[in-house]
Ligand binder design. Sequence first.
Ligand code: DX5
Ligand code: ZN
Length: 215
Amino acid sequence: MALIAPSILSADFSKLREEVEMINSSNADWFHVDVMDGVFVPNISFGFPVIKQVKKYAKKPLDVHLMIVQPERYVQEFKDAGADILTVHLEASPHLDRTLQLIKAAGMQAGVAINPHTAINQLEDIITDIDLVCLMSVNPGFGGQKFIPGTFSKLEKLRKLIDSTGSKARIEIDGGVGSGNAAELIKAGADVLVAGNFVFSSANPVETIALLKKI
Ligand code: DX5
Ligand code: ZN
C-alpha cells in the first residue's frame, strides 16, 4: 500500500486551517508542501509563515519539496518551520552531498528530487544516503499538469537501483497523479504518491484520498 501525500499547493488558502483538518481526518499519510522561488521554477508559491501555520494544526508529517536554488541556505529555517522530510532538487544544489548531510544533521529525513530530464544514474552515488527520491512526473512549477508517460521507464530504473544497492529510499511520484495511473505506478514500485489537483478539485477530497489509499 502506497503512502498518499496530498499537495497543499492546490488547497484553498483562504481556508487553510480547514484544509489541514480535512487532511488530518483523511487516510492521507503526509502533507506535501511545495515551496517555489520563482528562480528555479517559473512560479512562486509560499514560504515560512504559511508552513508554520500548517504545522500548527497538522497531525501528520510535513514532506517539504523545495523548488528553490541553493536550498542549503535554508535548511535550519525549514526545520524550524516544521519540516519532517526535506527534499531538495539535484539540479539546484551543486554540493548535494553536503546539503544532504546538513538536512540529516538538522534532524530531518533527506530527499532528492529530479526533473523529468535528469537521468536516474545521477543518483547512483547518493542513493544509499537518502530517505526519499522524488521523481518528478511533470516539469515542476505548477499543480494540475499532465503526467509525463516517460516517468514509467525511469521508475523501473530507479526501483532496480534502490533494490540492488540496499538503499532504504522511498520512491515518491510527483505530478499528474490520479486514479488513472496510481495502480500502475504502485505496481511499478512507487512508495509515495503526491496528489494535488486530483484531490483538491474533487467534490469530496476525503473520499478521493481514501480511493487512492485503497489502490
Ligand atoms: C509541481 C509540484 C507538485 C504539484 C502536484 O511542481 O511539485 O507537488 O503540486 O500537483 P498535481 O497533483 O496537481 O500535479
Ligand atoms: Zn511537489
